[in-house]
Write a protein that binds this ligand. Structure first.
Ligand code: G6P
Length: 615
């Protein structure tokens, strides 16, 4: 979704802002722009539609663009089409104020009408453009930009984050946040300050970070930041030292971030084990788990929530928590949970999954749980996010930076963390005896190596992708732990290749999807060696009997499968509990290769965003 950057300090702002925006490209965007205050009472704005390469090209002809403070933006259209006029930053009538914005101003049409009646002229169809005009209007009543911004923000409805510069306040950036609309991080450097919606934009420059919470603003100058609430009360903010590896934001020798991230999974999974699995002592520790032994034993039900791939991880988590830990569990889309008249029962534990920690629906669902005093933890890839602040307890999934928009290593690391948590809770609740614990931990030792073996299916998959790339529809089937993987496989394919794909629990096939099956609709069946393999084989036979082209992802021990299906991606045999972490890999590679053959934009699929900060 939209990305924000800002810089004020002794360096030429343009040299900082453009590379910072490039590091936000992964979020997904459709236009971009920058505003530079030249220090001589002018703000220069350059904007383009399309990729940042177009903006860079346009900037080449703007040799005069020098200045020591500025803001930048990548836009993901919500209000108004993808046009030059709608790209950010936006300005007031006097061209003295410039604003970049993430979020949605829900009451923008009524505010726009009032401003138009006051004589303000609008050049775009965006909700954002009302913000500089509102500030301009407020500045008629106060000389203080800070006060004008605060008054403006309090008129906006919805979740909104903004950065503002003004010719009258040289070298100052004002950032403000209202509700949930993505984060605003402020990084302190040596006599310079950096602002960004996402840490990768600024971590090459500084790792000393402060975050804006909802209802707060920051008045940023090169040497100082003041934090205030919207009433002007001063706030004190803790610093977070980020230990992020910037090298992770580089493609290395891979053609795409997504492929690099797929191949990083064995290493990333090992990171989730660090400080949690003692292979010698056969123990799982969760030093960062917030509930005491007594509280763990008082848990009556776990509710897991998430969106997209995080939801699919939540769905797998439900089965593990029930099977391994013996705790009743259910899952829900955050977007549904937040509006449901849920009865919050005592003894419920909410586990939220969000790799970004900024998904608007998940944050809103977490807030509801908090208001109802429900215990909660969040599994996320980044520290210091709004999700961590709401849950007050973060269980890091340790995937490292993920740049490809489609989740890959964050998905398997979420799964791995959930699996460890299930064992940990099972041990604490006396559900697992020492023999079972030892055998589960022995299986875990194998996981990174097994993942590497699963990745070696890449050559088979490339060939198979070539055979299947032309089909317009796909049906993915799985059962048990692999039913959510059928959903994830379908999601990866549609996200990356724009092919219509559905994921179903195989038992549902006869209740509708079967009517779609003919020779133009391939069926992909996931068949690891588990207790449901015979049922899966029957579903694939039924698909074949109706003319479908059938592709199985099957354990190499499954000799029968060869007689039933057209093609097989053979996967090494593995402990069935771990199969979702493993079958994810061929599904990711299948989507990757089909998308590549169809010439799609792998790392930034159209219309998608890495972190969905608006509802
Ligand atoms: C977007 C991303 C997905 C992600 C989903 C949930 O749709 O493109 O990859 O799974 O949001 O994001 P979260 O950050 O909450 O896991």
């Amino acid at each position: 979704m939209c990305g924000i950057v800002g810089y004020t300090g002794p360096r030429n702002a343009l040299d900082i802002l453009v590379p910072s925006l490039e590091r936000l490209e992964y979020r997904g965007y459709d236009s971009a722009g920058i505003s530079i205050d030249d220090g001589n009472d002018s703000i220069h704005i350059v904007r383009t539609t399309g990729k940042l390469s177009a903006l860079k090209k346009k900037l080449e002809s703007h040799t005069y663009l020098e200045g020591y403070s500025g803001i930048g933006h990548t836009r993901w259209a919500t209000h108004g089409k993808v046009t030059l006029e709608n790209a950010h930053p936006h300005q007031d009538c006097q061209k003295a104020i410039s604003v970049a914005h993430n979020g949605i101003v829900e009451n923008y049409s009524s505010l726009k009408k009032i401003l138009q009646d006051q004589g303000h002229k609008f050049l775009s169809m965006t909700d954002t453009e009302i913000i500089p005009h509102l500030i301009e209007e407020e500045l008629k009543h106060t000389k203080s930009l800070e006060k004008a911004v605060a008054r403006t923000v309090s008129k906006l409805e919805g979740g909104n984050s903004i950065v503002v510069i003004s010719t009258a306040n040289k070298g100052t950036i004002i950032a403000a946040r209202q509700g949930h609309s993505g984060g605003i991080a402020i990084g302190s450097g040596d006599n310079e300050m950096f602002v960004a919606s996402d840490l990768p934009a600024i971590i090459p420059h500084t790792k000393t970070i402060q975050h804006l919470d909802a209802g707060e603003m920051a008045i940023i100058s090169p040497t100082n930041v003041l934090y205030k609430d919207m009433k002007g009360n001063l706030l004190s903010k803790p610093y977070t030292e980020i230990s992020f590896n910037v090298q992770g934001t580089d493609k290395g020798t891979f053609d795409h971030f997504m492929l690099k991230e797929i191949y990083e999974q064995p290493k990333a999974i090992s990171q989730t084990f660090k400080n949690r699995v003692s292979f010698d002592k056969k123990q799982i520790n969760f030093p960062d788990f917030p509930l005491t032994f007594k509280e763990i034993n008082a848990v009556k039900k776990i509710v897991l929530i998430g969106m997209g791939s995080s939801l699919h991880a939540a769905m797998v988590g439900k089965t593990w928590l029930e099977q391994v830990a013996g705790i009743p569990a259910e899952w829900d889309h955050s977007s549904e949970f937040r509006y449901r008249e849920s009865v919050f029962q005592e003894g419920t534990l909410l586990i939220s999954l969000t790799q970004s920690g900024e998904t608007a629906d998940t944050l809103a669902a977490m807030l509801r749980a908090k208001e109802n005093q429900i215990n909660q933890v969040v599994l996320s890839n980044y520290p210091g996010t709004q999700a961590e602040r709401i849950a007050e307890k973060l269980l890091p999934i340790e995937a490292g930076p993920e740049i490809g928009v489609a989740a890959t290593k964050t998905f398997t690391c979420s799964l791995s963390t959930l699996y460890l948590l299930s064992i940990f809770l099972g041990v604490n609740r006396g559900k697992l005896d020492q023999m079972k614990i030892s055998s589960l931990i022995d299986d875990l030792v194998l996981l990174p190596e097994l993942m590497t073996k699963y990745l070696s299916t890449d050559d088979q998959i490339r060939e198979i992708a070539d055979k299947y790339q032309k089909y317009p529809n796909f049906l993915f089937l799985g059962r048990g732990l692999n039913y959510p993987l059928a959903m994830e496989g379908a999601l990866k394919l549609k996200e990356l290749s724009y092919i219509h794909a559905e994921g179903y629990p195989a038992g549902e096939m006869k209740h509708g999807p079967i009517s779609l099956i003919d020779n133009s609709m391939p069926v992909v069946g996931i068949i690891p060696s588990d207790s449901l393999r015979d049922k899966m084989l029957s579903s694939l036979s039924e698909s074949k009997a109706r003319g479908a082209k059938v592709l199985a992802i099957a354990s190499e021990n499954e000799t029968l499968v060869r007689e039933i299906v057209d093609d097989v991606i053979w996967i090494p045999d593995a402990p069935s509990e771990l199969s979702p972490i493993l079958t994810a890999l061929p599904l990711q590679l299948l989507a990757y290769h089909i998308a590549l053959l169809r010439g799609c934009d792998i790392d930034q699929p159209r219309n998608l965003a890495k972190s969905v900060t608006v509802e």
